[in-house]
Design a protein around this ligand. Structure first.
Ligand SMILES: [Cu+2]
Length: 124
């Protein structure tokens, strides 16, 4: 008799607990989706965990001025970006990510320093 270890439920629970707004869509072919909120001057959530592979970023600007979205690998390379997200609008971008620690931020002058930055951890 083969012993099977059920890993699916703990993994899903871990992801849900780790990333408040990260929603793993179960639709066929749809990559997991990470929802982020930007406003002056913060990113929510501040710490997101996803599995490696394709990830769709859905970034909602709830602020009163334009913002953008940059996803940067630990080496400093930009791996995905959304040029401008107007107030009240939502921007989307998809990236295929190897495991690692990434930084998400708004690159408008002073915005990252003011708090528009968050961490993305991509696990194996
Ligand atoms: Cu900004």
């Amino acid at each position: 008799m083969t012993r099977r270890i059920a890993v699916t439920v703990p993994v899903v629970a871990f992801l849900a607990a780790s990333a408040l707004f990260a929603l793993a869509r179960s639709g066929a072919g749809a990559p997991p989706s990470v929802g982020l909120i930007e406003k002056e001057f913060l990113f929510t959530p501040k710490d997101v965990v996803v599995g490696m592979g394709g990830v769709a970023f859905v970034v909602n600007n709830q602020g009163e001025i334009d913002h953008n979205f940059v996803l940067e690998a630990s080496g400093g390379k930009t791996v995905a970006q959304i040029d401008t997200i107007a107030p009240g609008q939502t921007g989307r971008v998809t990236a295929t990510l190897p495991p690692g620690i990434y930084t998400m931020y708004c690159s408008l002058p002073g915005h990252r320093e003011a708090g528009m930055v968050a961490t993305l951890r991509v696990g194996p």
